[in-house]
Design a protein around this ligand. Structure first.
Ligand SMILES: NC(=O)c1ccc[n+]([C@@H]2O[C@H](COP(=O)([O-])OP(=O)(O)OC[C@H]3O[C@@H](n4cnc5c(N)ncnc54)[C@H](OP(=O)(O)O)[C@@H]3O)[C@@H](O)[C@H]2O)c1
Length: 284
C-alpha cells in the first residue's frame, strides 16, 4: 500500500512516519511530505519517499498524492489561513483519486467553543462534502505543549496560568502518531470520527508538582485572572495578539474543553497513553 503523510517535516508527522516504519510498512510505501524537506533528509536516507509540498500550491499536492491509498492531512500551523490551505489539499486528494483521507482535527470540533475549533470544523465539512472516504482524528492536547511552562518554572519556580481548576486530558504526540499509523494501515476506519485524548485528566497543581520533580526545585502554581494573565504576558514582551490567544486557550481549559477522557486513543493504540510525568520528562 502507499501512504502519504503531510506535515512530515513537523513533530507529529515525523512521529507518524516513524510509527509506520516501526509497524513494518516498507519505507518505499511511505511518502513523507512537507514544506522544508531538508528537515527529513534522514528519512529519505532510510528509503522513505520524500515529497516537497505546500498547501498553497495545489500542483505540489496533486503530484505528492497521486497513487496513494491513504493520505494523512496533518492540519497546518498557520492559524487563520488553514481552511483555504486544507481546501487545496482536499481538492488535490480528489483530483489524485486517493483511497482515503485522514485528518487531524480538534476535540469535538463540530460543536466545541474551543478557539481553535472553527478551522477544524470547516475542514471536516469540506472533507465530508468532497465525497472521499475519510477518517477524522480529533486529537486532544499534546503533553509537549507544556514544555515552555516547564522552562519558565525551571527559571522562576512558578507556573502561572489562568486555567483555574480546569483539567487537561493530554497525551504525548507519539500516542496520537501511533493512532494515526494504525488508522492509516488497518481496515474498518472509514467514515469514523475518533475523539482522542489521554487516559487521565490532570490539573495545574498536579502539573506544578510534576514539573518540580523534573526540574528539581519547588514549583508553585500561581493562579491568576484572565486580566492579570494578559497584563503579565504583554508586560513580559508578548504581543497583544499572542497574549490574547494564550489567555483565551487558558479560558477554554478552565471551561473544561480539553478535559474529556474518552478512552478512544488507548483503544486504538492497544496500550495506555503516556502519563503526564513521562511525557513531560521526554519533552524536557
Ligand atoms: N493537539 C495539540 O495540542 C496541538 C498543538 C499544536 C498544534 N497542533 C496542530 O497539529 C499540527 C501538527 O502538530 P505538530 O506539533 O507536528 O506541529 P509542527 O511541528 O509545527 O508541524 C506543522 C507541520 O505543518 C507543515 N506546514 C505548515 N504550513 C504548511 C504549508 N503551507 N504547506 C505545507 N506544509 C505546511 C509544516 O511544514 P514545514 O515544517 O516544512 O514548514 C510542518 O510539517 C499543527 O500543525 C497544528 O495544526 C495541535
Amino acid at each position: 500500500m502507499s501512504v502519504v503523510v503531510t506535515g512530515a517535516t513537523g513533530h507529529l508527522g515525523r512521529l507518524v512516519v516513524e510509527a509506520l516504519l516501526d509497524g513494518g510498512l516498507p519505507p518505499a510505501d511511505i511518502v513523507a511530505a512537507g514544506r522544508s524537506v531538508e528537515k527529513i533528509a534522514d528519512l529519505a536516507a532510510r528509503g522513505v519517499r520524500v515529497a516537497a509540498i505546500d498547501y498553497t500550491r495545489p500542483d505540489t499536492l496533486v503530484a505528492a498524492f497521486t497513487g496513494a491509498d491513504a493520505v494523512l492531512l496533518v492540519s497546518g500551523s498557520e492559524v487563520g489561513r488553514r481552511v483555504a490551505q486544507h481546501a487545496n489539499a482536499i481538492e488535490a486528494a480528489k483530483t489524485a483519486g486517493v483511497g482515503r483521507i485522514v485528518y487531524t482535527s480538534a476535540p469535538r470540533a463540530d460543536t466545541s467553543p474551543l478557539i481553535l475549533a472553527p478551522e477544524h470544523k470547516a475542514t471536516e465539512e469540506l472533507i465530508r462534502a468532497s465525497g472521499l472516504p475519510f477518517t477524522i482524528l480529533r486529537n486532544g492536547w499534546y503533553t509537549e505543549n507544556y514544555a515552555g511552562s516547564l522552562e519558565q518554572a525551571r527559571a522562576t519556580g512558578e507556573l502561572v496560568a489562568s486555567v483555574g481548576e480546569g483539567l487537561v486530558a493530554s497525551a504525548s504526540r507519539a500516542d496520537y502518531a501511533a493512532a494515526a499509523a494504525r488508522v492509516l494501515t488497518s481496515p474498518g476506519h472509514e467514515g469514523k470520527v475518533y475523539e482522542l485524548s489521554g487516559d487521565r485528566a490532570w490539573g495545574h497543581a498536579e502539573l506544578a508538582a510534576v514539573i518540580a520533580e523534573i526540574v528539581g526545585r519547588p514549583v508553585t502554581y500561581r493562579e491568576v485572572t484572565p486580566e492579570e494573565h494578559l497584563a503579565e504576558l504583554t508586560g513580559a514582551g508578548l504581543d497583544e495578539g499572542t497574549a490574547g490567544f494564550v489567555v483565551a486557550l487558558d479560558g477554554n481549559t478552565r471551561d473544561g474543553l480539553l478535559a474529556e477522557t474518552t478512552g478512544e486513543l488507548t483503544a486504538l493504540i492497544g496500550r495506555p497513553t503516556t502519563p503526564l510525568a513521562e511525557g513531560l520528562r521526554a519533552a524536557a
